[in-house]
Write a protein that binds this ligand. Structure first.
Ligand code: AMP
Ligand code: ZN
Ligand code: FE
Ligand code: FE
Length: 274
């Protein structure tokens, strides 16, 4: 079968710059025949994506990116092929988004204590109807002239361990996996090269992830080969994508560059029907 699949994309329903339509158009130009929109804690792009999928002749698979924590460490998990209408999933994602708003308020309180007078409205204006995240806060800080650059906002205030850092609502990887499988989907360890060491990866495998995101901009060729080897060894599925947000480093050329084969997607479907 022809074509390739990018299974890690963000839209304005979380911290991406592009609305679903623009994203699908860009994806098609990048030569992608299958995509998954994996907004953080949000499946709001799905309804629009289904319609656009037919119009533009590009296959869209339900997706989401969840954050879990193990001690102090945050792990991202990607869910695919779940039922986007699943009530438990919908309600839980909504709860996570409400928690993100409460967390953003706590971050702003900390910023205020640091004499950084960022207004909550400025953050909400950035987030629109999407899941509120630190990227929105960083962009608002830049726009309001309170930091010089996006990166500096993380270095000075928002990054893990920095003075305005606040954790997200904590769920365990096991709970995240159960949420996805309860809605009929498959879960994958997202970009393990970033933060997941060997012990943690072993733990996630024991806890039941279905696969690993092997292809990701943060993975060197060696890491891609390494994770392919792990996937083979443990009979895990393979995913991958660009983690495209629009407007970020690499994003100009990312679509079509970071992809997996349609065979990898077919393997997921076989696993689902087993
Ligand atoms: P959140 O979901 O609100 O915790 O925001 C996480 C997002 O913030 C990640 O997906 C990154 O895009 C971005 N981010 C996290 N840490 C940094 C950092 N140190 N520098 C730049 N961006 C970061
Ligand atoms: Zn993001
Ligand atoms: Fe992530
Ligand atoms: Fe992502």
């Amino acid at each position: 079968m022809d074509g390739k699949a990018d299974l890690h994309l963000h839209t304005t329903f979380s911290d991406g710059e592009l609305p679903p339509r623009d994203l699908l158009l860009r994806a098609r130009s990048g030569g992608l025949s299958t995509i998954s929109i994996t907004d953080h804690d949000h499946t709001g792009a799905w309804g629009e994506a289904v319609v656009l999928s037919r119009e533009l002749g590009i296959r869209v698979i339900p997706g989401v990116e969840l954050s879990a924590s193990v001690g102090e460490q945050e792990v991202h998990l990607l869910g695919y092929f779940f039922d986007p209408e699943n009530e438990t999933l919908r309600r839980t994602l909504e709860f996570f988004r409400e928690e993100r708003i409460r967390r953003a308020r706590r971050i702003l309180e900390k910023l205020h204590e640091l004499n950084v007078p960022l207004r909550f409205e400025a953050v909400l204006a950035k987030a629109g109807n999407g899941s509120v995240g630190r990227p929105h806060i960083a962009n608002a800080l830049v726009e309001e002239g309170l930091t010089e650059t996006y990166q500096q906002a993380f270095l000075k205030y928002l990054g893990s361990g920095k003075p305005a850092y606040e954790k997200k609502y904590q769920i365990s990887p096991r709970e995240a996996i159960a949420l996805v499988s309860g809605a009929g989907g498959l879960s994958f360890v997202a970009h393990p090269g970033n933060t997941v060491d060997e012990d943690l990866l072993q733990r996630l495998i024991r806890e039941g992830v279905d696969g690993i995101e092997v292809v990701h901009p943060s993975h060197s060729e060696e890491l891609v080969a390494y994770y392919r080897g792990i996937a083979e060894e443990y009979c895990l599925l393979i995913s991958g994508g660009s983690d495209f947000h629009g407007g970020r480093k690499n994003d100009a050329t990312a679509l079509g560059t970071y992809a997996v084969a349609l065979e990898d997607v077919e393997a997921m479907e076989r696993r689902l029907h087993r």
